[in-house]
Design a protein around this ligand. Structure first.
Ligand code: PHE
Length: 342
């Protein structure tokens, strides 16, 4: 042990320190030089083994070196800690100027959109929404509507039966007429009855086994065919456009008398005739008529005092006409590529 050795250690320690950039390496350095068993520490302690005359000079130099190295170590440790902090801050940095990740949102089904449009138009004309059941009894779906069992008119509605005899899925919204009349008789009625209907159909581009209908019913004193025609025409013009021509064709339904079907001028060919209107220039949008006296009586009204009109329309069909959709199966196929277009 000598001053030379001490100076050599000093130089080694001093030169090594600036190279150190990590906490682990710094700890090694500390252990090697100034820790409890570090080379410099051991030298400082060994001063007693020197010849007396050398002790003072060696001890002084050794202590000086030790304290210089200790403060250099502290500075270095500080620097490394700051660098590590800065590094971790940088790594975890959030760039608040980046655009957000888009969240996909759902939309309103095209059938629902049309339904809402239809509700709004009828609401403007004073018609309230009245909802009735989708599972009906044969009585209300047919008999109360003047369609007795075995009546040939039953062929107009292919029916889904349940395992309970007499309980069926409604084939149209017309049984809602009976429910509404029994609820409000003998008072006046102005309601629409929207909802899902079911028919045992061969599914095709034009026919589905389930579809919506919007039934309408007005009952009161002095309600006439001209009221029905005027009201339906007002509706058709609002949903298809102000200049749209409307025509009424005589038809037959057991629960209305007289009965009519409503056609509007084809909006795809403007009445010239195309494949959608099968060359006729007209598109059928609804069935309607004056409520049959038998039906009024079944609903609790006296047909010599009260009269009424009723209509039934298909909102899916109206949606197809408005948007030029050529296949009704899209509506309940749940294909997002179709639904996202609306
Ligand atoms: N319920 C008839 C159908 O499903 C439509 C209709 C309703 C006709 C009301 C006249 C009056 O075809």
């Amino acid at each position: 042990m000598s001053l030379q050795e001490l100076e050599r250690l000093y130089t080694e320690a001093k030169n090594a320190l600036p190279e150190i950039t990590e906490a682990a390496a710094l700890e090694n350095w500390e252990n090697k030089f100034i820790g409890r068993k570090g080379a410099i520490t051991l030298l400082v302690r060994s001063v007693g083994q020197l010849p007396k005359e050398d002790r003072a000079a060696f001890g002084q130099r050794a202590n000086q070196i030790k304290s210089e190295m200790e403060s250099a170590y502290a500075q270095r440790a500080d620097l490394i800690r700051q660098r590590e902090l800065a590094k971790s801050l940088e790594e975890g940095e959030i760039d608040v100027t980046l655009p957000g990740r888009p969240t996909p949102t759902g939309g309103i089904h095209p059938a629902t959109q049309t339904l809402r449009e239809i509700y709004a138009i009828w609401a403007d004309m004073g018609f309230q929404v009245f909802r009735t059941r989708e599972v009906e009894d044969d009585q209300t779906n047919f008999e109360m509507l003047n369609i007795p069992p075995h009546h040939p008119a039953r062929d107009m509605w292919d029916t889904f039966h349940t395992t309970t005899p007499g309980v069926i899925l409604r084939t149209h919204t017309s049984p809602g007429q009976i429910h509404a009349m029994r609820r409000f008789a003998p008072g006046p009625i102005r309601v629409i009855l929207p909802g899902m209907c079911f028919r045992y159909e061969q599914i095709s581009t034009r026919k589905e086994i389930q579809f919506n209908q919007v039934e309408g019913l007005a009952v009161g004193h002095n309600i006439r065919l001209s009221d029905l025609k005027g009201t339906i025409t007002a509706f058709a013009r609002r949903i298809f456009g102000e200049d749209r021509k409307v025509r009424f064709r005589g038809s037959y339904f057991p629960f209305t008398e007289p009965s009519m079907e409503v056609d509007v001028e084809c909006m795809l060919c403007e009445g010239k005739g195309c494949s959608v209107c099968s060359g006729t220039g007209w598109l059928e949008i609804a069935g309607c008529g004056m409520v049959h006296p038998v039906v009024l009586r079944n609903g609790g009204y006296d047909p010599t005092v009260h009269s009424g009109f009723a209509f039934g329309m298909g909102p899916e069909r109206i949606t197809m006409l408005k948007h030029g959709i050529n296949d009704i199966r899209y509506f309940w196929g749940n294909d997002l590529r179709f639904l996202e277009q609306f």
